[in-house]
Design a protein around this ligand. Sequence first.
Ligand code: SF4
Length: 357
Amino acid sequence: MIGQLVDWLREADSSRLDSLWQQADRARRRHVGDQVHLRGLVEFANYCGRACAYCGLRRDHQELVRYRMTADEILQCAERAVAYGYGTLVLQSGEDFGTSAAWVAALVRRIKQQTPLAVTLSLGERRPEELAAWRAAGADRYLLRFETSNRELYARLHPPRAGEPATDRIALLRTLRQLGYEVGSGVMIGIPGQTFDDLARDLRLFQELDLDMIGVGPYLLHPATPLADPARSPAAPPSDQVPSSELMTCKVIALARLLCPRANIPATTALATISPDRGRELGLQRGANVIMPNLTPDTYRALYAIYPEKEPLRETADAGRAGLADCLHRLGRRIGTGRGDAPNFVARTGQAATPQP
Ligand code: SF4
């Protein structure tokens, strides 16, 4: 299995790749249909206590102006998501213990009481009791990328919080599942040191974890991070190093669709950043079925820079909406209705379960 995946990741023959794209697109249509679900993304705080080697939000990035949105500001974004017809609000932040678990729980409760939106949280590694409290408050889904299944590479890129032991994201993903969340994870593609074998094992782990959502995107260099210094970012030997490219990202999306056919898979902003003209469309044609339009207010948006965003993508939510409708029309796809729970989650739980706050 790993060998076959490596062969696909190394494949360069265009007719073979065409067959991969077609298989993935057929699996996408069969298992999750032609609807493209829209998730309104709100990056509500850029504080972070971690120092991941590739990330512009790392705590040591002193020049970055930090912000936390108020609950009322976030509620306004939720109202916009409803007005735009989105089924889900994704609340994302750095690993910010300055936002207390009680504050997040109260926020989730307000959103669930005042809107019909499903709520996805992406707040990093938090304690099991916090994750349980947010689930009880009504949070439906949780995103936590494991980034790479290579433990040595993971440890090099993700030092633990100051004075704390190393954490285990795979174990945390299992905890999220036990708590009843719809669970999403993913990896970065082409980070220095990542080999084809590593990436094939990542894909296999998606399947083993039986993920409901899978988000993958190319590694994009941020100049204010340690990885901007080649001496601190040793690549694998050239024949083994995975490239951070549009093609490699599309291969991983297609293979993820074939391995986890009932998962929701977004065409990510990172893919659209590396390929502004066609990244989002290619993702949707090669296995993806979700788009996450950014609803973060413009005043904060440029400050949530895990990697530098290209100007054309920093579109307003309104402009982005019009472009998206054109894009889906061209592809013969349609905007999804309702919450858009992953068929994988619905099948394994027997219901689109949402605890009432
Ligand atoms: S990747 Fe996440 S946890 Fe790591 S520094 Fe960036 S925001 Fe913080």
